[in-house]
Design a protein around this ligand. Structure first.
Ligand code: AMP
Length: 617
């Protein structure tokens, strides 16, 4: 196997096997972080109260101190104006996007007029959702560092499958701001399926039902050859555990006439009632009755009463499942597995109804709050190079190709192709008797390889001597499931072959990748012109060579006039080929071709006649 050097930029992906990369579920209600250490997936607990979930809540103290998680959650009651929750809903959104639901937020969501992205005003300062999410991520990072006793800097972060580019970018930026190198943004349903180890073997179609605190998502995924494809998503961005709590609050408010009770009608009274409803709901997931006395009221709720209250909500989620299936052009019979995600799937009625709809038992043995982070951690571990048998889910971020004549990039696998993937193309030699062929592999979108990034090269040696154009050299690219690009070149007539392995995607930072794409767009026009000139020059050189060969082989058959005309047309072509006018070159090629084609036919006839002389047909 050929030796080669790859100019991989370090610092973007773990190259040591022991490196820990975090898997982060940055949720609307709760966030959590997990990692794989020596093959064991662990969710990170808060040192003090052993909880893995960190409420996605940020509180700003008067002193300037920023609190995140449970402590901030407490402040929702005491200081709601300076306590920010559900910031995920605002990620990558403009003020216009959220204006309709502005009332939902207990804090000030504003348009400060500087740009059209939404801001949050806290204590006379404006914060972007990215900055607030970064605070949550920072606190998760600190948690892990406290547990491990060392710094961590790399992460995989999950986002809903329906997140658009702006929302994904905002999530990535939040990671960066928190001091994390975000290696990958992956879809939450994909992470959940990974946590259950689904799709490792045969192709499968999976439904991921995610009912969280404030949102409901149903995703239909198809997993084939390690590639997770989202076939359809549906859901409701304002339907979740909070609505379940609200239905209990409404029930109690009516039953105990709480709107006229000062203990429960003030802002903090309403909040404490909401927390009590949530407590009742959680209790009823494993008990038949809830009863407690608070501020003089004997609160009571039975499981059947609770189920009656929430039945319409659960039915709405099931209707969304039907719509998602319809969009995916599938029926329940096509779904092999149903994965449950989100704290609200602990409600027994939810499991029952979803199982009944899909006509199969649901996957619920992993903690539904942790399943996304666990999957993200598994993906992170794959990226760290620690799991060889798990398939890597990716697309090629930049095109992969080889250098052809004149320094042109010939793309073999275009950018955004799902991996694993393979593609091949046939090439030939440009010089008679050529024994070696250099295969230089590049990554990028520009037409000239000098503007792209070289990944490696090797030489296909010992091609048996043949006239130019005769060898059939097949160059084959395979990007396998673990992200390794294997390049193989084989001369088909002789069977000579050579191969190298290249790590194509990770040596490049996001920034560089963005720059390369931008360059390719900005230079598209010039690149196209340069490519056209180079292609014309390549063709001209090829024709000049083959004409020389033809003339020297058949001098005796050609007339003086023919010889001199060919020579003068060749001379014209030789002059223009050094210039940079592609039209002149192409014209000269055409003139030479037009003149020499009938002569070539005539010569062929003579040659055949001579060969046939004296032979019986
Ligand atoms: P998530 O957004 O996935 O973190 O989901 C949090 C939601 O799950 C909140 O609405 C919680 O009240 C709800 N939840 C947590 N535990 C339970 C439980 N045991 N039973 C019902 N709902 C729960």
């Amino acid at each position: 196997m050929a030796r080669f050097s790859i100019d991989l930029k370090s610092g973007n992906l773990a190259d040591q096997a022991s490196e820990i990369i975090l898997g982060i579920d940055l949720g609307t209600t709760n966030s959590l972080v997990a990692y794989v250490n020596n093959g064991v997936v662990t969710t990170v607990k808060d040192g003090k109260n052993e909880r893995t979930l960190v409420p996605s809540i940020v509180h700003f103290e008067k002193s300037g101190e920023i609190l995140v998680g449970d402590v901030a959650h407490q402040m929702l009651i005491h200081d709601p104006q300076n306590t920010i929750y559900s910031v995920k809903r605002l990620m990558g959104k403009s003020f216009a996007d959220v204006q309709a639901v502005e009332a939902y937020f207990g804090y000030q969501v504003i348009d400060d007029g500087t740009d059209n992205l939404v801001k949050i005003k806290v204590r006379n300062r404006f914060y972007t959702p990215i900055e607030l999410s970064a605070e949550i991520l920072k606190s998760l990072k600190i948690r892990v560092e406290a547990e491990l006793g060392r710094t961590v800097s790399k992460a995989v972060i999950t986002v809903p499958a329906y997140f658009n580019d702006a929302q994904r970018q905002a999530t990535r930026d939040a990671g960066k701001l928190a001091g994390l190198d975000v290696l990958r943004i992956i879809n939450e349903p994909t992470a959940a399926s990974l946590a259950y180890g689904l799709g490792k073997t045969e192709a499968q179609t999976i439904a991921v039902y995610d009912l969280g605190g404030g949102t409901f998502d149903i995703s239909i995924l198809q997993i084939q050859d390690g590639v997770f494809e989202v076939l359809a998503t549906n859901g409701d961005t304002f339907l979740g555990g909070d609505d379940i709590d609200r239905s209990i609050v409404d029930h109690w408010t009516q039953k105990y006439k709480l709107e006229i009770n000062p203990e429960f009608s003030s802002k903090s009274g309403v909040q404490s009632l909401r927390l009590l409803a949530e407590k009742a709901k959680k209790h009823l997931s494993s008990n038949d009755e809830f009863r407690t006395t608070e501020k003089g009221i004997d609160f009571h709720l039975t499981k059947p009463q609770f189920e009656d209250l929430i039945k319409p909500l659960v039915d709405r989620t099931v209707a969304c499942c039907g719509l998602a299936l319809k969009d995916a052009k599938l029926t329940v019979n096509d779904i092999q597995h149903v994965v449950m995600v989100g704290g609200s799937t602990r409600v027994p009625l939810v499991k029952e109804k979803v199982g009944a709809f899909f006509q199969k038992p649901v996957y619920d043995n992993l903690d539904p709050d942790e399943v996304v982070a666990l999957g993200a951690a598994i993906q992170a571990d794959v990226l760290a190079g620690n799991q060889k048998d798990v398939l890597l889910l990716d697309i090629t971020p930049l095109s992969l190709g080889i250098e052809t004549m004149g320094g042109l990039m010939d793309t073999i696998i275009p950018r955004n192709t799902k991996v694993p993937c393979k593609a091949g193309r046939q090439y030939t030699t440009s010089v008679d008797g050529q024994k070696n062929l250099k295969i230089a592999v590049f990554q990028g979108e520009r037409d000239l390889v000098e503007h792209n990034r070289k990944l490696g090269e090797f030489i296909l040696r010992n091609i048996p001597p043949m006239p130019a154009g005769l060898p059939k050299i097949e160059v084959h690219f395979v990007v396998n499931a673990d992200g390794i690009l294997k390049v193989k070149a084989k001369e088909l007539r002789s069977g000579t072959e050579q191969a190298i392995d290249i790590k194509p995607t990770y040596g490049i930072s996001e920034e560089d990748m963005g720059k390369m794409l931008l360059d390719s767009i900005q230079n598209a026009e010039t690149d196209m012109q340069v490519r056209a000139i180079l292609e014309a020059k390549n063709e001209a050189n090829h024709i000049l060579l083959s004409t020389d060969k033809f003339v020297s082989q058949h001098k005796d058959i050609l007339s003086e006039a023919e010889l001199s005309s060919i020579l003068s047309l060749q001379t014209v072509l030789k002059i223009v080929v050094d210039g940079s006018d592609k039209d002149l070159i192409n014209n000269a090629i055409e003139n030479l071709n037009e003149y020499s084609a009938p002569i070539a036919h005539k010569v062929m006839d003579v040659v055949i006649r001579q060969a046939m002389k004296g032979q019986k047909v």
